[in-house]
Write a protein that binds this ligand. Structure first.
Ligand code: PBG
Length: 304
């Protein structure tokens, strides 16, 4: 077996997008990651392409939230605008969008909730919202939509809605095996998306459950995903390997915000060399079987 090599083209760099102009907001406990307004995002996209990074994943951070997450699927949603701007300037950039309600709902859960405080997802209304959101992104020119709400049958519903609206070519990256993890801390600050009550264990996977993870991946493939994902990456590399062996299907792994923060803070304290650590971490993800890696380190690696 040949040794694994990292390639810049295998990385996807996440971005948080806010409204307004000339904004580059610092995010507490998320060193080196910012919230950008559209104009600044264009400059970022330009810098990425110059480094050979041609894939970005956009997360919207809206100004207003409500119980239904309606800012996620309104006509000119923050992400739709961002996609339009980037694609207009750089048609060759592969633009991917996160499709989930947690940053848009007042309660911070990933779907529309049934009444009550026990965080049960209203499946019909959630799928309705997610499909509208995906179609909005596709209309704006997104190449890929990435549903991450862990709503049952979300991939099938989104595929059908995209096809019906004439977006047969828009691809779907399913966040198939998404675990209820402690590694999402910095992200939740970035997107202001921590649940206001309860947790996500009702719809995200239990950390010890390999079978459920493989079932979810199998289901997304059947429902029409073009690529599946395991998230987080590092504590779940066995799942990445098993999924690759079992399905032989294109697979991404998300080197999430908490994993990134470990490396950054350790390097800041002098515990290790950041560059070498990043290289080792990303190589291990690739070695486990990930084709693409979503990582906040992407620009740093591409630069070195
Ligand atoms: C939203 C979503 C989350 C991440 C990506 N999409 C967080 C969550 O489930 O709370 C986390 C990514 C990261 O930590 O970098 N559903």
């Amino acid at each position: 077996m040949p040794a694994v090599r990292l390639r810049t083209r295998d990385f996807i760099l996440p971005y948080f997008v806010v409204g307004g102009k000339d904004k580059k907001e610092v995010i507490k406990n998320f060193p080196g990651v910012f919230r950008f307004s559209f104009d600044r995002l264009i400059k970022e996209a330009d810098a990425c392409l110059k480094l050979g990074l041609d894939k970005i994943l956009l997360f919207g951070v809206p100004e207003k939230k409500d119980d239904l997450g309606s800012a996620a699927y309104e006509e000119n949603s923050i992400v739709a605008q961002a996609v339009r701007e980037v694609k207009k300037e750089f048609p060759c950039m592969v633009v991917m969008t996160d499709v989930c309600l947690c940053a848009y709902t007042t309660h911070g859960h990933c779907g529309v909730l049934k009444p009550g405080l026990d965080c049960r997802i209203d499946s019909r209304r959630t799928l309705d919202a997610l499909t509208k959101m995906a179609v909005r992104h596709a209309e704006a020119g997104a190449d890929w939509v990435a549903p991450s709400a862990m709503a049952k049958k979300q991939v099938a519903a989104i595929r059908a809605a995209l096809d019906k609206n004439g977006f047969k070519k828009t691809k779907i990256l399913g966040y198939s095996a998404k675990f209820a993890s402690n590694f999402y801390g910095p992200f939740r600050q970035a997107a202001d998306s921590a649940p206001a009550f309860g947790d996500r264990s009702g719809y995200q996977l239990d950390c010890g459950d390999t079978k459920a993870a493989l079932n979810e991946i199998g289901a997304d493939i059947k429902e029409g995903a073009d690529m599946a994902m395991v998230k987080p990456a590092l504590s779940y590399l066995d799942i990445v390997r098993l999924a690759k062996q079992k399905f032989g299907f294109p697979l991404a792994a998300y080197n999430v915000s908490g994993e990134y923060a470990f490396v950054k803070y350790g390097a800041k304290t002098g515990l290790w060399d950041e560059k070498k650590m990043v290289f080792e971490v990303l190589t291990s993800i690739k070695r486990a079987g990930a084709d693409w890696i979503i990582t906040y380190h992407a620009k740093d690696v591409a630069r070195s």
